[in-house]
Design a protein around this ligand. Structure first.
Ligand SMILES: Nc1nc2c(ncn2[C@@H]2O[C@H](COP(=O)(O)OP(=O)(O)OP(=O)(O)O)[C@@H](O)[C@H]2O)c(=O)[nH]1
Length: 216
């Protein structure tokens, strides 16, 4: 089963409204400091902070000690302007874990599908971003079908966390995206799976006739 910790910033909307109208830069500043701690501290637990909607924080937690995640939250609370409410859920897919399908959890491996578009840096800067976002939207919907959780990592990089039994979805990704590299990793925790997926992408950059590669 997959395990996910969700941390909700309680009263975030009310906090933003207290800041007056000259506020967006202040909100961005706070979000960046929360995300810095979230990424850094989650990695120490072999977890991964999934960049997402900012007022809710998602941590993938397969094979991760809950006590370690609680310490991540206590560090976030030091910079958060509002209280943080957490819950840990488990489920047969990462998304069902996020939705709290079950509280009881037996460990399972997690699969990471790291997708990297080709020739991104050859496009004009803003058009490249629009292309990336259009592809991201399509992929988010595709991976919903197998209970995957996705994130935009920056540049032309997207990542999806799925159950290893659902890796058949890669055939559909290949049909939708003709010009992309698909690095896949399977690990006992998110950090290990991400690292293997990054190694798979490195292999694909060196073997450009291949479109996907799996390291387990
Ligand atoms: N977050 C994140 N960003 C990355 C990563 N690798 C590359 N990027 C960003 O994505 C941009 C595009 O990188 P590439 O994929 O190497 O560029 P490309 O033109 O598509 O080159 P090919 O993939 O070799 O066709 C880079 O400028 C970085 O900003 C990564 O692993 N993570």
């Amino acid at each position: 089963m997959h395990k996910v910790m969700v941390a909700i910033l309680k009263g975030y909307r009310e906090w933003t409204e207290e800041l007056g109208s000259d506020r967006e830069w202040k909100i961005q500043l706070v979000q960046a400091s929360i995300e810095k701690i979230a990424s850094e501290e989650a990695a120490k637990c072999n977890s991964f902070y999934v960049p997402h909607r900012k007022d809710v924080l998602i941590f993938l937690a397969n094979g991760v000690e809950e006590e370690c995640l609680r310490e991540v939250i206590s560090k976030i609370e030091k910079v958060s302007p509002v209280p943080v409410e957490t819950s840990i859920g488990c489920g047969s897919t990462p998304l069902s874990a996020l939705r709290g399908e079950s509280r009881k959890c037996e460990g399972s491996d997690v699969a990471v599908v790291h997708i990297d578009l080709n020739y991104f840096s050859k496009d004009e800067i803003y058009s490249a971003y629009v292309r990336a976002m259009n592809n991201y939207s399509t992929l988010l919907n595709l991976f919903l079908g197998v209970g995957g959780i996705g994130a935009y990592l920056g540049g032309d990089n997207f990542v999806f966390f799925i159950d290893p039994k659902d890796l058949h979805i890669i055939d559909e990704v290949k049909m939708i995206l003709k010009d992309a590299k698909i690095g896949v990793g399977i690990g006992k925790n998110p950090r290990e799976a991400l690292s293997k997926a990054a190694s798979s992408l490195k292999f694909l950059r060196e073997n450009r006739n291949l479109r996907s590669y799996l390291i387990q």
